[in-house]
Design a protein around this ligand. Structure first.
Ligand code: GLN
Length: 594
């Protein structure tokens, strides 16, 4: 097993995760099998109990692991399925050492950071690196390990020490250290400053780690003189100094690394013979395609954390994957749910007006997942607006529950209908607490991870989009569910639950027949969306929002996509055409639409 360790210096937020994922992409494109591990030095056991406001979204894995959002980058970039153990935290390491101490594994010994914690970290890395993540048998060739935080943080010290020892444990030919740093520009002459990088490399060396490659982030490409200076002061050969300057979209990053021969430097350091040219054609095509998109599709994101793209990172990525497939330029329009509420009309009239203007000019509305009651009323108003005006709507998890509450209130006329999450005494609980969920413990106790959804009929838009007849497998993260006692009532009034769990008692997908696209899903389809393989329900939203649903469903290219219309039940016959064929046709029909 070869290890590529990625550390970060100077400041946080340099895009270390994207750099590490892109290194993985280039190595994979050279024919290697790649896995990855993210180390988060915080004390939380996992990201599940952390606020998306502070820490970005909680990413959910197939096995139910609630992990750092960087694992999402790895899954999307490398097209792998990771496990909860691929995210190491201080909490997990200490928990494991303390459990062993209680069991008596260290009987008679003083348990210490060195060697017990540092050994535990190294054993963990070696064990997890061997777990196959790409669906094939056997282990990967390379494991990319990203150390979160910035070198010098107190919390990351045991990990730095563990990695220092690890280079000797695995041998120098199997260990390559890439340090991501910042080269800022100061003053009117725009001099590229190398000192911050020099300092962070010096700090790393003081802990016994020497970077083999530098990945320097900068606004503009690094000048040759800057590279030479960095090389001289940081003791890294000039051809091992990679530059990731700002680019128009992230798909360019692996191409930048390839163009600077980063893969050759890594192959050489890892003593891997014969470097094949990286096969990155699909990345180049996607990067160029993304740059050239001009026809906008505006999606109103009605959420709690507006403008904070990290809080809804996977949702944005999934929207982007679907938009690229539909040859549309995604324009996410942030709407603070609270600004839509009646109260805001009095308290913040300007924001209220602006929020409604934004919502009304959107081509589609998305209500993402969430917890807590802030903004609930605003989300209900957004769902109501989309339902009654024929605007494509996708409700994810909470967004599906909101659609049910809205329907119960405004169609069934149950004014007090609510989720018991927001009103435990509601006389009409249409969303209720799931019986098996813990009422006392918050960490890792929700209904989590991949679960099967059985499609109840082929005669629904979701089945046509998924191109599946029996079941779909998506990831979950929730404590509440649609009240099974109210399903019949809701269905009699026109709502359809077209996807249910294996017991048939848990509602997974809702649709509203007669509406261009009104879909709610209890799961989080965003976590399994991949570039080139967009999530079916996100694709549905963008297809409907851009007037391309009919031509996609019928599988026939049309140069002038018709406006969104109700999908007729009889187009099931088109199921013989595969998703990739349809996407291909869609892209053909879009040529020249710009
Ligand atoms: N708060 C809701 C629940 O726990 C929705 C969760 C979510 O959107 N992820 O069921």
């Amino acid at each position: 097993m070869k290890y590529v360790v990625v550390t970060g210096g100077v400041v946080s937020g340099l895009g270390k995760g994207v750099t590490a994922s892109s290194i993985g992409v280039v190595l994979k494109a050279c024919g290697l099998r790649v896995t990855s591990i993210k180390i988060d030095p915080y004390l939380n056991t996992d990201a599940g109990t952390m606020s998306p406001f502070e820490h970005g979204e909680v990413f959910v894995l197939d096995d139910g692991g609630e992990v750092d959002l960087d694992l999402g980058n790895y899954e999307r970039f490398l097209d792998v399925t990771l496990t909860r153990d691929n995210n190491i935290t201080t909490g997990k390491i200490y928990q494991s050492v303390i459990e062993r101490e209680r069991r008596g594994d260290y009987l008679g010994k003083t348990v210490q950071v060195v060697p017990h914690i540092t050994d535990c970290i190294q054993d963990w890395i070696e064990r997890v690196a061997r777990v196959p993540v790409d669906g094939l048998a056997g282990t990967a060739d390379v494991c990319v390990i990203e150390l979160g935080g910035t070198v010098g943080d107190i919390e990351s010290m045991p990990f730095i020490e563990a990695l220092r020892q690890f280079q000797f444990r695995v041998g120098r030919d199997n260990f390559c250290l890439v340090h991501v740093s910042l080269v800022p520009v100061l003053g009117v002459v725009g001099e590229q400053k190398t000192k911050p990088t020099q300092h962070s490399v010096r700090e790393l060396r003081a802990y016994g780690l020497t970077p083999h490659l530098l990945a320097c982030r900068s606004a503009q490409p690094l000048k040759q003189a800057t590279k030479e200076k960095l090389s001289q002061f940081c003791d890294v050969p000039a051809d091992h100094i990679l530059n990731i300057h700002d680019v128009s979209n992230i798909w360019h990053v692996p191409l930048l690394l390839r163009d600077q021969k980063g893969h050759i430097a890594i192959f050489n350091k890892l003593n891997l013979s014969s470097v094949p040219p990286p096969a990155l054609e699909s990345w180049a095509t996607r990067a160029a395609r993304c740059d050239n998109l001009s026809v906008p599709v505006k999606i109103a994101m009605v959420g709690k954390y507006t403008g904070l793209s990290d809080s809804y990172l996977s949702v944005l990525k999934a929207l982007q994957h679907a938009s690229i497939a539909c040859s549309r330029k995604l324009v996410p329009e942030w709407v603070a749910a609270t600004d839509l509420e009646e109260r805001a009309k009095i308290e913040r009239p300007d924001e209220h007006k602006a929020a409604w203007t934004t919502l009304k000019r959107a081509d589609g509305v998305l209500v993402p997942g969430g917890f807590g009651d802030r903004g609930i009323q605003g989300k209900i108003l957004a769902a109501s607006y989309a339902r009654t005006n024929g605007i494509p709507y996708l409700g994810i998890c909470l967004g599906m529950q909101i659609a049910v509450v809205e329907f119960a209130r405004n169609v069934l006329g149950l004014d007090d209908a609510n989720s018991t999450e927001f009103d435990s005494a509601t006389p009409h609980p249409c969303v209720v607490f799931m019986p098996e969920v813990s009422k006392t413990h918050m960490g890792g106790t929700m209904r989590l991870g991949a679960r099967k959804t059985l499609l109840q009929t082929a005669d629904c838009i979701t089945a046509k989009l998924y191109q599946k007849e029996l079941f779909i497998d998506e990831r979950h993260r929730h404590r509440y569910e649609v009240n099974p006692e109210m399903v019949e009532w809701l269905e009699t009034a026109g709502l359809r639950f077209v996807g249910k769990d294996e017991t048939g008692r848990r509602m997974e997908i809702l649709e509203l027949p007669g509406h261009p696209y009104y879909v709610g899903v209890q799961f989080h389809p965003e976590f399994k969306s991949r570039p080139g393989k967009p999530s079916a329900v996100f694709l549905g939203l963008i297809l409907a929002a851009s007037g391309q649903m009919d031509s996609y469903i019928s599988g026939s290219p049309s140069r002038n996509p018709p406006p969104p219309t109700v999908v007729q039940a009889d187009s099931v016959s088109s199921q013989a055409v595969s998703v990739s064929e349809r996407l291909e046709k869609l892209s053909m029909s879009n040529t020249g639409v710009r």
